[in-house]
Design a protein around this ligand. Structure first.
Ligand code: 3PG
Ligand code: MG
Length: 397
């Protein structure tokens, strides 16, 4: 397969100082990494460059600090990364200046060094050319392996790509290949499942998807807005009534583009927003005035699963119910298990991404059975919106 972006294939890294932008923005609790998925994902790139005799200099951000602050230090993350890659990871207290230059100067071929949080300098987020030049002094080439930060045009995610020879890391490469196969050049028919609480945060995404996919399942709180727009009484359910016109416009656009919109046909309704509170399935013509829709109903689950059966490619973002509370996880878990089974049977290419989505698929126990799961949050959404990602654009040939 030939890529439209530059990869590490054929790049001689031996003896070179390789600045590798990674995403070390991992969940932490009490100084310990609670989910190492992002660290596991970047391991192949680091190991490959190190094994080939390159000096691996890691650049990353952590949190959203305003200037230097100890609780956003990358030091504990670097230690956790060493466990994952089974190699020592040295650490420097700054990503530019004498401290960084000295640490890089002390490296031997194959060594791995992590520099402190790039966001300790406000120039990082401004993509300030002087700061880009400071970073560029530390390396001979730049490798971007942080798809999940590629929607940011920051010094370390984008600026460096204009200053140094730029390549996609192996994880970036795998992610771009998987996502390309899902929306840009997919095996048809394509189905998208989009859930989550609000339409307002996903208007651009829905507008883009209806022009690209053959069927769009809308679930979660956002489905209530669409149902309301079509005259369904949704009781006390989460619903953005002021977006009724937007919802109808998206439905019209879907129709014009030949995209089938699949909305719930029944709903699980409760009277309190709490786990295990009593709940029942209702038809859409009978949602109680005091009730809250917290999941799709059994007929909707069947409908979603048969739509998945009709598809060759699936893109999933967002749970279709309040999956963090039992039993309102049922719709999401059923759909996820069905998609996983179709994928295992080689009938479906399945790609999923976005913060809650990965949590939901892990909860369903099927994350390993999907074709590809992106660890990106905001970047995955912007990709689904059809927006160019600065950190990817700069890697194009
Ligand atoms: C993420 O965790 O989604 C990425 O690292 C981007 O982080 P940001 O939203 O703070 O830019
Ligand atoms: Mg984020």
């Amino acid at each position: 397969m030939t890529n439209s972006f530059r990869t590490l294939d054929g790049v001689d890294v031996k003896g070179k100082r390789v600045l590798v932008r990674v995403d070390l923005n991992v969940p932490m609790d009490g100084g310990k990494v609670t989910d190492a998925t992002r660290l596991e994902r970047i391991a192949p790139t680091i190991t490959e460059i190190s094994d080939k005799g390159g000096k691996v200099i890691l650049l990353a951000h952590f949190g959203r600090p305003k200037g230097r602050d100890d609780k956003n230090s990358l030091k504990p993350v670097a230690a956790a990364l060493a466990d994952v890659i089974k190699k020592p990871v040295a650490f420097a207290d700054d990503c530019v200046g004498d401290v960084a230059a000295k640490a890089v100067g002390a490296m031997k071929d194959g060594d791995v060094l992590c520099l402190e949080n790039t966001r300790f300098h406000s120039a990082e987020e401004k993509n300030d050319p002087a700061f880009v030049a400071e970073l560029a002094k530390l390396g001979d080439i730049w490798v971007n392996d942080a798809f999940s930060a590629a929607h940011r045009a920051h010094a370390s995610t984008e600026g460096l790509g204009h200053k140094l020879p730029a390549y996609a890391g192996r994880t970036m490469q795998a992610e771009l290949d998987a996502l390309g196969n899902a929306l840009d050049a997919p095996t048809k028919p394509v189905i998208a499942i989009v859930g989550g609480a609000k339409v307002s945060s996903k208007i651009d995404l829905l507008e883009n998807l209806v022009t690209k996919v053959d069927a769009l399942v809308i679930g979660g709180g956002m489905a209530n807005t669409f149902l309301h727009a079509q005259g369904v009484k949704v009781g006390k359910s989460l619903c953005e009534k002021d977006l009724a016109t937007t919802a109808l416009r998206i439905i019209d656009k879907a129709e014009a583009s030949g995209c089938a919109i699949i909305l719930p046909v029944d709903a699980i309704v409760a009277f309190h927003f709490a786990a295990n509170t009593p709940s029942h399935a209702y038809g859409l013509d009978a949602i109680p005035d005091e009730g809250m829709i917290l999941d799709v109903g059994p007929q909707s689950i069947e409908r979603i699963n048969s739509a998945i059966d009709d598809a060759a490619t699936l893109v999933w973002n967002g749970p279709v119910g309040a999956f963090e509370m039992t039993p309102f996880d049922r719709g999401t878990v059923a759909g996820a298990k069905h998609a996983a089974a179709r994928t295992k049977a080689k009938k479906l290419i399945s790609v999923a991404g976005g913060g809650d989505t990965v949590a939901a698929l892990n909860h369903a126990g099927v994350a390993d059975d999907f074709s590809y799961i992106s660890t990106a949050g905001g970047a995955f959404l912007e990709w689904m919106e059809g927006k160019p990602l600065p950190g990817v654009e700069v890697l194009k040939k």
